[in-house]
Design a binder for this molecule. Structure first.
Ligand SMILES: Nc1ncnc2c1ncn2[C@@H]1O[C@H](COP(=O)(O)OP(=O)(O)OP(=O)(O)O)[C@@H](O)[C@H]1O
Length: 372
């Protein structure tokens, strides 16, 4: 998969910009606050239909305008695809090859992002790891995002109903709750099942990459921690049955607390190095390496599943890695179209000679600086 061209109109500080990236490595350089990350954000938005850092779509629209468009030409399985997003404050439209298209069509386009905030995946709260499960792990199964959205909708509605029942503000009885429970258990079991299926393939790849990066010094262990008591190897139906039984017992407490206490929104991923929890005991460098192994394993698994590599976006992270990790990363991505932002190239131009293009961003204007 490859981005052939990008045209931005009123996207962040880009009023009108168009460029044809290199098929391999694109290094986007420039001083602080010029628009390097904005550029990566536009590529990420193309494939995910949302930003990785803006809470609201309004924030990505140029301040003096009310609409932004991102138009991206992509080569996917030898087919040219024209993806266009037209985004207003409260309304966005996806047009693929000139036709209005549902967002789910994008599940077939792969993008992996590695940015400084990803370090929280190891050292942050369980919520950060759930973000990883939903955005990164989930993207490896077309269909996951739809299931997750269905679950999230049911969860919100159920929590509202729990509160209304507790406050006796509703004539709806617990029968109504049963309707939501059924949907919660069904969608929730599917979310957990899909997560487990993907992790079963992803974790061994991450372990092997981590072993290689650390030259055998560290063994990475990753384990899904569920709020339900789950044995390994369960079917989706078995997970549903367990969710149903445990959920029913938990109901009185849930009404009291107005909260759904069990389900994938309460789950976590445990990450350890040589048997020691990476979150509390890993050094910054070790935590960064775990994140790197997990990101690289996504590239690899995407390739195994779909026969092609996704697009890789590295936002300000390459130069935070030590020299051997940088080399390992550059070595792994030689078949992957990559966009790297940095305000300091650190001589990388010499390492990747012949395999890319150096770009310069200045106040929302992008120019190709030199062929590497
Ligand atoms: N909606 C918007 N409209 C216009 N300009 C915006 C908008 N949102 C952000 N900007 C501008 O974009 C610039 C920041 O761009 P970006 O985050 O891409 O910087 P960067 O080049 O990656 O910087 P750094 O090296 O510091 O990370 C800032 O100057 C900011 O004022």
């Amino acid at each position: 998969m490859r981005v052939i061209n990008v045209t931005l109109k009123n996207f962040r500080n880009y009023q009108e910009e168009s460029f044809q990236p290199h098929q391999a490595i694109n290094i986007i350089t420039g001083s602080n606050a010029q628009g390097k990350t904005n550029l990566l954000e536009s590529i990420y938005y193309t494939f995910r239909g949302r930003s990785f850092r803006a809470e609201r779509d309004k924030d990505i629209i140029h301040w003096q305008n009310d609409t932004t468009t991102i138009r991206t030409g992509v080569l996917l399985n030898s087919r040219n695809v024209d993806i266009k997003w037209k985004i207003k404050e409260n309304n966005k439209k996806l047009i693929i090859n000139g036709i209005d298209t549902p967002r789910a069509e994008l599940d077939h386009f792969g993008v992996v992002l590695f940015c400084p905030e990803d370090l929280y995946l190891v050292k942050g709260s369980p919520q950060e790891r759930r973000k990883f499960l939903d955005n990164d792990v989930g993207s490896l199964n077309p269909g996951y995002s739809k299931t997750w959205r269905q679950y999230a909708r049911v969860l919100t509605q159920r929590n509202t109903l729990l509160k209304e029942i507790r406050d006796k503000r509703t004539s709806q009885t617990q029968d109504m709750l049963e309707v939501w429970d059924e949907q919660l258990y069904r969608h929730g079991a599917r979310v957990i099942y899909l997560r487990l299926q993907i992790l079963k393939k992803l974790i061994p790849i991450a372990r092997s990459i981590h072993h290689k990066i650390t030259e055998g010094a560290e063994e990475l262990q990753a384990k899904y921690l569920s709020s339900l008591a789950l044995e390994p190897g369960l079917t989706e139906e078995q997970i549903y049955q367990i969710f149903f039984k445990t959920g029913q017992k938990m109901r009185p407490t849930e009404i009291q607390r107005c909260q759904t206490m069990l389900g994938p929104h309460r789950d976590d991923l445990s990450l350890s190095l040589n048997g020691i929890e990476a979150r509390s005991f890993g050094s910054q460098g070790q935590q960064r390496t775990v994140t790197l192994s997990l990101k690289l394993s996504q590239l690899e698994l995407w390739y195994r599943e779909f026969g092609d590599y996704p697009i890789l976006l590295l936002d300000d992270v390459l130069f935070e890695l030590d020299h051997s990790r940088q080399s390992m990363l550059l070595d792994k991505i030689n078949k992957v179209q990559t966009f790297i932002t940095t305000s300091f190239t650190g001589g990388i131009e010499n390492t990747i000679k012949g395999a890319g293009l150096l770009w310069q961003v200045n106040a929302g204007n992008l120019t190709a600086k030199e062929e590497l």
